[in-house]
Design a protein around this ligand. Sequence first.
Ligand code: ZN
Length: 86
Amino acid sequence: MKQEICQSCGMPLKKDPQHGGSEKDGGKSKLYCSLCYNLGEFRQDMSLEEMMALVENVLVEKRIPRFIAKFLAKQTPKLERWREDR
Ligand SMILES: [Zn+2]
């Protein structure tokens, strides 16, 4: 079973105060958190590299050791949003 984490930033959707972003019609998104996704659009227009740096910094701010934060940030490219082949 797929873990319920945001497919943009990797945050567990359970930890999202709003339990997921919103679609255009106001429904809940099961893929993305409210910090990444609002009314059917991504809130931030950022590159994968920027997202990985952001994820690492947010985790370090939460007192997660840097090497673990780096490891978790490296999982970002596996998420749905970043997996397209170009
Ligand atoms: Zn997110």
